[in-house]
Design a protein around this ligand. Structure first.
Ligand code: NAD
Ligand code: UD1
Length: 351
């Protein structure tokens, strides 16, 4: 934690932070591509590094189309330390935002080695490359999953951490590894951004989330039901101790999340050590509320059926976004309606 005095000091410097050269691992993915736009719009230079295992090359052209700026793209795996080192050197990177990784909870239970190899081994490779090039500023895509089962709400960054599945454990291992690294060498400046539930798409309809096969997450599932590709939304449980009995989450528009990264760059530049910061709205919305909001916002039918609870789910999970607000001067701006409209536009543009 940084003290009040340091925060005040940081605030006075915040707006003077200069243009940075930022390498985005996983830069053509869902959150990476939206963040690339937010950074380019703030005049930073961006390089996209991705192995395209869960994204497509045309995203690079779409980012150019939206921003009018060409971000260089390197196709490669983060476990290729030599390629990363070369890319960091050639690009003369000041900082890295590390999105690359696998993210499906169910798959991580079936294929834990793939998750540890991609996420943990991949991060070690990235850190080795950064160290070789003396690039010491790193922002890492962490998740609210590191809080495990909430012991109190809203979740602040001081909440104890734990993991209930291999995906969550990779996030926790990486966070702990990054803390050790920051403690070992004062050069390192590291922020773990703990995302809550990102939803929605870019307002152009050109970028969004493209799940493989049948979606696991709620919003892509709703969008596919609305499109007629799936018959109804399965609502996993209506007997939770929540106002309508269904699960409650902190849904955040992906463009707000992207802007959170841009807001965190000056802090990354200015502060040493390791910091964890929540990116959420602070507002809980239930599964039924989201389904109804989607139907209303898009004037479309979204049939649903109540099903048994999904194993491993918690009843409610939402953030305290106070630290992000106090330290980064960032607050989510977009509401559930905008999340639902943009998700539907993206769905309909897929054809
Ligand atoms: P995504 O799958 O859309 O993006 C990840 C990108 O990383 C993809 O483009 C993929 O091709 C690339 N990638 C994967 N392994 C790689 C490797 N070994 N080398 C190079 N590139 C590789 O996922 P996303 O939703 O954009 O998530 C980005 C990050 O945020 C992930 O680390 C994820 O765990 C984390 N996160 C996501 C959510 C969410 O709900 N989407 C929530 C919390 C945390
Ligand atoms: C899940 C992951 C979390 C990950 C996050 C973003 C689990 C246990 N957690 O969070 O680690 O960071 O995705 O990728 O998988 N729901 C339905 N019907 C559906 C889908 C979901 O009712 O078809 C409900 C769920 O029960 C939950 C809510 O919708 O109450 C949100 O689910 P989901 O979108 O999968 O996100 P999380 O479970 O919060």
């Amino acid at each position: 934690c940084i003290g009040v005095f340091e925060v005040v000091k940081f605030h006075t410097k915040r707006h003077r932070a200069s243009k940075m050269r930022v390498l985005l691992t996983g830069g053509t993915g869902y959150i990476g591509s939206h963040t690339a736009i937010a950074l380019l719009e703030q005049n930073h230079d961006v390089l996209l590094f991705d192995n395209l295992s869960n994204s497509q090359r045309h995203t690079v052209d779409r980012i150019r189309h939206i921003t009018g700026k060409q971000a260089p793209f390197v196709q490669g795996d983060i476990r290729n330390t030599d390629l990363l080192t070369q890319t960091l050197r050639d690009f003369q990177a000041d900082a890295v935002i590390h999105f690359a990784g696998l993210k499906a909870v169910g798959e991580s239970v079936e294929q834990p080695i793939a998750y540890y190899a991609n996420n943990v081994q991949g991060t070690i490779s990235l850190l080795q490359a950064m160290q070789q090039c003396c690039v010491y500023k790193l922002m890492f895509s962490s998740s609210a999953t590191v809080y495990g089962k909430p012991q109190y709400l809203p979740l602040d960054e001081a909440h104890p951490t734990s993991a209930t599945n291999p995906y969550g454990r990779t996030k926790l291992h990486i966070e702990e590894m990054l803390q050790d690294l920051a403690a070992s060498d004062a050069c390192w400046k590291i922020i773990c951004l703990r995302y809550f539930n990102p939803l929605g798409a870019h307002a152009s309809g050109l970028l969004g989330e493209r799940p493989n096969g049948i979606p696991n997450n709620l919003m892509p599932y709703i969008a596919q039901v609305a499109a007629g590709s799936l018959p109804f939304v399965q609502v996993f449980g209506n007997d939770y101790p929540t106002p309508d009995g269904t699960g409650v989450r902190d849904f955040i528009h992906v463009c707000d999340l992207a802007e959170g990264h841009a807001a965190a760059l000056p802090f990354l530049h200015a502060q040493n050590g390791w910091h964890a910061i929540n990116l959420g709205t602070g507002k809980g919305t239930s599964v039924l509320e989201l389904i109804k909001a989607f139907a209303e916002a898009n004037e479309i039918d979204v049939p649903y059926r109540i099903m048994p609870r999904r194993p491993g789910d918690v009843d409610a999970c939402f953030a305290s976004p106070a630290k992000a607000h106090n330290i980064l001067g960032w607050k989510a701006q977009r509401d559930i309606q905008e999340m639902c409209k943009s998700a539907w536009l993206w769905q309909t543009m897929q054809g």
